[in-house]
Design a protein around this ligand. Sequence first.
Ligand code: HMG
Ligand code: MG
Length: 299
Amino acid sequence: MTTLPPRVTIMEVGPRDGLQNETAVIPTALKIDFVNRLTAAGHQAIEVSAFVSPKWVPQMGDAAAVFKGIRQEPGVRYSALVPNCAGLDRALSAGVREIAIFAAASETFSRKNLNQGIDESFALYRQVTDAALQAGRRVRAYLSTSFGCPFEGPVDPKRVIDLADRLLQLGTYEVAVSDTIGIAHPGQVSRLLDALIPRVALPHLALHFHDTRGTALANVLAALGHGVTSFDSSAGGLGGCPYAPGATGNLATEDLLYMLNGLGVETGVSLDAVVRASTAIEGAIGHPMPSRYVRALPN
Ligand code: HMG
Ligand code: MG
């Protein structure tokens, strides 16, 4: 078998990507408990919420209150999505130390998700990133629809590579190349990485898979073979983007951990503790967790 990296970092996006798409109103106290449990599970990076317009994503409207309530362990990174300067101001007031900007590789999705074209969003993100860096914050970036767009279909890999590079040029420390609608398969991942890694060095590259077609774990395995060491996943497999029709949950953290543990790839995260975190919030969500690992557990 190909040599795999001995250790990878997981960005736990359950409290943000997981909860943003849920229709039930999740009480702030439960979100806080969810984040605290994910910290207790040993996560080193947790995306806690999003300072986006509450008119666009009401579920994230309590971002400041969630940040105020969580227990922040030293050495753990707690981040939030920020779409514009108003969002950055809110994030800074809430004491957030790491933000994430999110651009798209397809024009139509950019307009649906941000009400802006790609170039317009980059102009704004330059201001947001400059101000965040000046304030001593770290900035991560997402590049949505990197493997396909729900409106435009296939996306040219050259465009993905150029935009990923542009996001890093803004001063972000890492770009999460994202499969917003869960359409990627390992062949496509492998081909994109062959072309991408010469331009976006491995320490600056993360992958963000949704599991709509059941290929997310296979995609991670393909990416591990290329030396990628940073992956996003969501406790319980919750998730989806309200502006990406047909997209279902993110790759489940439990499923990812089960595979990585089996491969002997270290994460520092306890699988049992993540299960406890996602099952603690299941009642409020009102439907079973999509994670296959969780569903296979005896009742
Ligand atoms: P807009 O309507 O063009 O902006 O939205 P606007 O400036 O006209 O503002 C509209 C209203 O929202 C105004 O309020 C603003 O003050 C307010 P009003 O005057 O009508 O009372 N507003 C805000 N309030 C609080 N915080 C803010 C903020 N900004 C404006 N930051 C905008 C443009 C970018 C704001 C909007 O499109 C937006 O918030 N979009 C975010 C959508 C979103 O969160 N999508 C899901 C996350 S992305 C994702 O899931 C993909 C990812 O997981 C990777 C992947 O899988 O691909 C990351
Ligand atoms: Mg996502």
